[in-house]
Design a protein. Structure first.
Length: 147
């Protein structure tokens, strides 16, 4: 079971002592849930692993809150680097929610990018990335890790 960070209020603070590290999100992965690392200063979210957690809401809600806050507060672009080997149906639904946030931000002029990384030995992962890409107009790269 993964350790889940409690819901947090993300975004710039009026506290001059706050640092961008306090705005980061880190969720360790497990056998059934991906690791998540969101770096506010770099504007990068990296997810790695498989995603079939018992409670997808518990895992993805905090990430969606972080992304929404970032897109509404940060001045620079956001890149999602996804190394996801498998997603169950509920995880796919949350990924659609995330991509919908990115699409809205992109349509409002925000720079966003998805890098869907796949292993050539797992063509289904590349196919899933391609299926997601079809529904969005923001930059969405599907890249082999074997290249």
């Amino acid at each position: 079971m993964s350790t889940v960070v409690p819901s947090l209020a993300f975004g710039p603070s009026s506290d001059p002592m706050s640092s961008s590290e306090e705005l980061n999100l880190s969720v360790p992965g497990s056998q059934s849930s991906p690791s998540i690392r969101a770096d506010w200063k770099a504007g990068v979210v990296v997810m790695s692993g498989e995603s079939y957690p018992e409670n997808s809401f518990e895992l993805y809600d905090q990430l969606i809150q972080w992304i929404d806050s970032y897109l509404n507060s940060a001045e620079h672009s956001l890149t999602l680097e996804l190394h996801l080997n498998y997603l169950n149906t509920s995880s796919i639904r949350f990924m659609i929610d995330i991509f919908d946030l990115l699409q809205s931000a992109f349509e409002s002029g925000k720079e966003v990018l998805v890098q869907w990384m796949f292993d050539d030995r797992n063509p289904r992962s590349a196919e899933l990335g391609a299926e997601f890409k079809e529904d969005y107009t923001f930059p969405f790269l599907i890249l082999s890790i074997n290249a």
